[in-house]
Design a binder for this molecule. Structure first.
Ligand SMILES: [Zn+2]
Length: 438
């Protein structure tokens, strides 16, 4: 169902003091917030991407058991207007988005707007940029940065799949490892990037690293976070060689693609039986068939560089250390990433960038100290919560408080921050995929 979006009551006059005023763009069932200059035509482009995603994944019209006549008691029960699918907050720079989200580990993020008590929510800074009267009235909110214009549409495609999953996936997953659900969610999103958003080199980016990982005797039960997307894409790719995208989607969405409808009708299928009905085999048999085939792949040249890039968390370390890197060092890291995914990197280049991260240092000005402070929540999440560096992180936080309070021990804070990032961030991403959602 397409909706004409008339949700945000927007004052025509722009307050003179609103330095961070964001513009609103709407399309048929999405809304976009963005700095006025950031992404012209973003809503229309995002809507086109969403339409392509729907056409690819989503089965045709709802079956008759999921629709009701106007006079049915079910129709009266369900008669709330359906909110638009999602609101996209598209940032013009990565740093502002990361600060709003208090997370330096994401390049896009989708979350439901109906948050349970105690769950995380974006900082109020975001809402202060919006015009008076703006409200979020959509099923989810989606964050991404268009700082790199060549990738925002790809990132949008990935996140829009998550927005549809949030709205429609309702399979009964009780008794199955939560990590498995995440692998399949991310796998479907990454598969979409390959198919509809111009991501290339499945052989180098996905198949090669997964084959290297399987060759070490690993299996899904111990899948590490650094390979979450690639294992997911490999697995989803294998499943889609057996069944259509629409059948794959139906495993997770059930027949009615709505939790409320399934609840009302009492027809929510379990994951195991849905897989068997769609694929004609058990989940375990499906996984085994994937494992044998994926492990038999000969990794293409450069696969071990992608593997190392991911395992040693080069991107996340660069994000955490960015305030301490020179322009040249940042450029080197970015170019290395491009070379890795072109299959053109060399060990020595990875060593060189790794060394620049280990030796990162900048004059600890108030701006640098503030930028590191912003990154501490991510450091806590990874180094303390996932890698167990309780004492080391406490040490960094204590030094940071002292450095910002009276300007002493600033060099020591910077050095300790760098040490903990390099010692524990790679260790954190090598841990099994966390159960919780990203
Ligand atoms: Zn994702």
């Amino acid at each position: 169902m397409r909706l004409i979006l008339v949700i945000l009551l927007l004052a025509i006059s722009i307050p003179a003091c609103a330095r961070h005023y964001w513009a609103l763009q709407t399309a048929s069932d999405i809304c976009v917030w963005t700095p006025a200059s950031a992404a012209q035509g973003a809503a229309d482009r995002a809507q086109d991407i969403l339409d392509e995603i729907r056409a690819y994944w989503i089965p045709g019209p709802l079956p008759s058991e999921c629709t009701f006549s106007q006079t049915s008691p079910f129709a009266i029960f369900l008669a709330q207007p359906e909110a638009p699918l999602t609101t996209l907050a598209i940032y013009s720079d990565q740093e502002t988005m990361a600060r709003d989200l208090d997370r330096f580990d994401v390049w896009g993020l989708t979350m439901p707007t109906q948050l349970a008590d105690g769950t995380w929510a974006p900082r109020s800074d975001l809402f202060q940029r919006l015009p008076d009267g703006a409200s979020i009235d959509s099923q989810s909110i989606l964050f991404l940065s268009c700082e790199r214009r060549d990738t925002w549409e790809r990132c949008a495609a990935h996140e829009l799949v998550h927005a549809l999953q949030l709205a429609q996936w309702d399979v009964d997953f009780d008794g199955w490892p939560r990590q498995l659900f995440r692998i399949l969610q991310e796998g479907a999103a990454r598969h979409t990037e390959y198919l509809l958003a111009g991501l290339d080199r499945f052989d180098l980016r996905t198949a090669g690293p997964v084959a290297l990982w399987l060759a070490k005797g690993n299996d899904l039960a111990t899948a590490p976070e650094f390979l979450l997307y690639e294992i997911g894409a490999s697995l989803v790719n294998a499943i889609l060689r057996r069944i259509s995208p629409a059948h794959f989607w139906a495993i997770f969405s059930g027949p009615c693609r709505s939790g409320i409808l399934h609840l009302a009708l009492g027809i929510r299928p379990s994951f195991g039986s849905a897989v068997r009905a769609a694929c004609g085999m058990s989940w375990d048999a499906l996984v085994e068939a994937w494992r044998v085939q994926a492990a038999a792949m000969t990794p293409v040249d450069g696969s071990h560089h992608v593997y190392r890039w991911l395992q040693d968390a080069f991107s996340l370390r660069a994000s955490l250390l960015e305030p301490l890197l020179s322009g040249d060092e940042r450029d080197c890291g970015r170019m290395l990433g491009e070379a890795v995914y072109d299959g053109a990197a060399e060990d020595a280049w990875l060593d060189e960038v790794d060394a620049s991260y280990r030796n990162a240092f900048a004059e600890p000005t108030p701006e640098v100290l503030e930028a590191l402070h912003e990154r501490e929540a991510t450091l806590i999440d990874y180094a303390r919560e996932r890698a167990g560096a309780v004492q080391e992180v406490a040490d960094v936080l204590r030094l940071g408080i002292v450095a910002r309070r009276d300007g002493t021990s600033t060099d020591k804070y910077v050095h300790r921050f760098v040490e903990v990032v390099n010692a524990f961030i790679p260790l954190a991403v090598q841990q099994p995929i966390p159960e919780r959602d990203p």
